[in-house]
Design a protein around this ligand. Structure first.
Ligand code: PLP
Length: 457
């Protein structure tokens, strides 16, 4: 849709005056100059002034199959015409039932009960509420503490935000702090200079065990972890980290919740990363975003048969898991989910991601040689460059904190959107990206970093 300048100016005003955006910087409310995009095709979006940009973060890590996918749009339209909605509370519809089955076929181990939600936060919230429900039923009402990690992001409901560990987000909103504990940063890049990665890993595992022991194993209900801490800056923990954390959890009867809201549905070249990439079968997996390729909101919390057995049948004591949403398993979202799975399978998208990942990693690693870049890290099709003021000293502190936004600005001038996070830029392009488009993305990114470096010197 092309808008005239005057119409567009009114819309920009409405956006500033009436649309309170997520993570709104309230000091600058109403003064934002956001980029508007009104259409998109493949890996590109087209801005209001006609600029075609590669969407580096795939929306918000979600547009797996790119923009303008008419097959998904048609599947949603068809479902809306036939049966837009039917209450999932006492009744059922075949589309979400089929999607639950398709998901259960692709999950690790015995994770076969799919609780549909409206997005990632509600998936995490539901997982945490299920854990509380189970422990209440098992007669362990004291076992409620959830261990999370610094820099984790798990969402924006009260409980999901409470287990999120990004300090910057904690200042002004209340948290259920009595239920949470946070482990220190697991980024090997921040390890002491005298520490090997193996020593660092041992320390992180000891941190988890000590935290459980300190709180008391009878009080700790669950450990929640993203396979890669994505919003926290694409932090990839050392090899073996998740397996060893799971061993500790098993030792102390602590449930393992793997938050795959970003990593699920192909981002690392597999349906789910927990087992296929990190070798673990968690007790609960949460997912969202990519499950509908971002075309419509949907999330899920997938619970193992073992946990469900603890709270059902004779063990249920007549209890109801009184947690759910009007739009749990919305048929139109489910239609988008089914079509996403069908296309990903038919077009070999997981294989494509695995095939293109070495190029992504090679180009990413090359950025680490730029003077402004302290660390370039990633996995699958998720990457991050972290800028430092002095790469010799790895000095983060003296750096202009808005350097991520500066790089994004230069990249947008040259055809690429990024996700700036303070001194970092994060990107996770649509999974359908071609080799040529990937090279173009990294060429523009490199140029953007060089231009930001010039601004700073
Ligand atoms: N969990 C993780 C790992 C996420 O990255 C996010 C969002 O970025 C969420 C949960 C929350 O998902 P949503 O924004 O769909 O509620």
């Amino acid at each position: 849709m092309t808008l005239s300048n005057s119409v567009f100016q009114s819309i920009r005003n409405w956006d500033n005056e009436n649309f309170l955006h997520p993570w709104e910087g309230m000091a600058y409310l109403g003064q934002n100059e956001r980029t508007f995009a009104e259409s998109g095709l493949g890996v590109h979006v087209v801005t209001e002034d006609g600029k075609r940009l590669i969407d580096g973060p795939a929306g918000m890590w979600c547009i797996q199959l790119g923009y303008g996918n008419t097959e998904i749009a048609d599947a949603m339209a068809q479902q809306a015409k036939e049966m837009a909605y039917f209450s999932p509370f006492n009744n059922a519809n075949s589309t979400p039932a089929r999607l639950a089955h398709e998901i259960a076929k692709r999950t690790p181990g015995d994770l076969n009960h799919v609780f549909f939600t409206t997005g990632g936060s509600t998936a995490v919230d539901s997982a945490l509420r299920f854990v509380q429900f189970r422990n209440n039923l098992l007669g362990k009402p004291e076992k409620k503490i959830v261990i999370s990690r610094q820099k984790a992001y798990h969402g924006s409901t009260y409980l999901a935000a409470s287990v999120s560990g990004k300090e910057r987000d904690k200042g002004w909103l209340d948290q259920a702090s009595h239920l949470t504990r946070f482990l220190p940063n697991v980024n090997p890049y921040t390890r002491r200079t005298d520490q090997t990665v193996d020593d660092f890993l041992d320390e992180k595992i000891a941190d988890l065990e000590n935290m459980i022991l300190q709180a008391g194993a009878d009080k700790v209900a669950a450990f929640i972890a993203e396979p890669i801490l994505c919003s926290g800056g694409v932090i990839v923990p050392p090899l073996g980290y998740h397996q060893r954390c799971l061993e500790i959890c098993r030792k102390y009867d602590v449930l393992y919740i793997s938050d795959e809201v970003v990593t699920g549905f192909g981002r690392l070249g597999h349906w789910f990363a927990s087992e296929d990439v990190f070798g673990i079968q968690p007790d609960i997996i949460t997912c969202a975003k990519g499950m509908t390729s971002g075309y419509i909101p949907m999330g899920a919390c997938i619970i193992s048969e073992r946990l469900i057995a603890d709270v059902s049948g004779d063990n249920a004591q007549n209890a109801t898991f009184s947690n759910g949403f009007t739009y749990s398993g919305h048929p139109v979202s489910a239609a988008a989910g089914l079509k996403t799975i069908e296309i990903m399978e038919r077009d070999g998208i997981l294989e494509h991601v695995r095939a293109i990942t070495p190029l992504f990693e090679e180009r990413l690693q090359a950025l680490a040689d730029l003077p402004l870049v302290g660390d370039a890290r990633g996995m699958g099709l998720v990457g991050c460059v972290e800028c430092v003021a002095d790469t010799e000293a790895d000095n983060l502190l003296d750096l202009d904190k808005s350097v991520g936004a500066m790089i994004d600005h230069h990249c947008q001038e040259n055809g690429l959107i990024l996700r700036p996070i303070i001194n970092m830029c994060v990107f996770s392009p649509p999974l359908i990206i071609t080799e040529g488009e990937l090279n173009e993305m990294f060429d523009i990114l490199e140029k953007g970093i060089r231009l930001a470096t010039d601004d700073l010197t």
